[in-house]
Design a protein around this ligand. Structure first.
Ligand code: ADP
Ligand code: ZN
Length: 201
């Protein structure tokens, strides 16, 4: 019985904190598609040069080749018409246009798998993930293990002091924390400094 009629695509989102296994899960799904001889293309944003320039690499050293793009529109322009599965990692580093790009690819009949952080270092929703969650057909929330207490970790604790939203780093700069152990402190507060005009948080 064939439930999917015609050239139907869809969007799958994998979201969660750092170290929760988003890249591992993306790599797992892409590898299965490749085993089934589906045509696959994988993308990541230029900003993330954490481990490797042309591979997606998980914290557990799984890796898969990927194309580096500068912005969301580049994905649309780089996808071959014959491609059946499109993987996108580190979605939080893309511009908001990623939402339209994923939508367009799904309408073109592609299976789109997007992985990314759903919250920033202060626990705020991290665009474009919230929008992607709204339009996705399938959503997977991954959790890490809190390094303080062992509970499910939904948060990314920044260990260095910076108020920049994007600071690229791994376990040298971040760790997984549960909601009780997470301390969402802006750098100025963390440093004990008082900045005039700062609102309490
Ligand atoms: P993400 O893409 O969500 O940052 P990865 O898929 O790159 O996650 O890495 C997941 C791997 O990170 C785990 O399989 C494990 O080897 C490692 N890891 C490091 N710290 C933790 C933690 N606190 N909880 C769970 N896994 C962790
Ligand atoms: Zn904890």
């Amino acid at each position: 019985m064939d439930h999917v009629k015609g050239n139907m695509g869809w969007i799958e989102v994998i979201c969660g904190s750092m170290f929760s296994g988003k890249s591992e899960e993306l790599i797992r799904r892409i590898r299965r598609a490749q085993i089934a001889r589906q045509r696959v293309q994988v993308f990541k944003p230029r900003v993330d040069q954490r481990f490797s320039d042309d591979h997606i690499v998980s914290h557990s050293e799984l890796r898969i080749p990927s194309q580096v793009v500068s912005n969301a529109r580049d994905i649309l322009e780089s996808v071959d018409t014959r491609t059946e599965v499109v993987g996108i990692d580190e979605a939080q580093f893309f511009d908001q246009e990623l939402v339209q790009v994923c939508d367009r690819l799904a309408h073109l009949g592609k299976r789109v798998i997007v992985a990314g952080l759903d919250q920033d270092y202060l626990g705020r929703p991290f665009e474009p993930l919230p929008h992607l969650l709204a339009i996705a057909e399938y959503i997977t929330k991954t959790l890490a293990i809190c390094v303080r207490c062992g509970n499910p970790a939904n948060h990314t604790q920044r260990l260095i002091q910076s108020d920049e939203r994007i600071v690229v780093g791994a376990s040298d700069m971040y760790e997984a924390r549960c909601r009780r152990c997470f301390e969402p402190r802006p750098a100025a507060v963390a440093a004990g400094a008082k900045t005039p005009g700062d609102s309490p948080s």
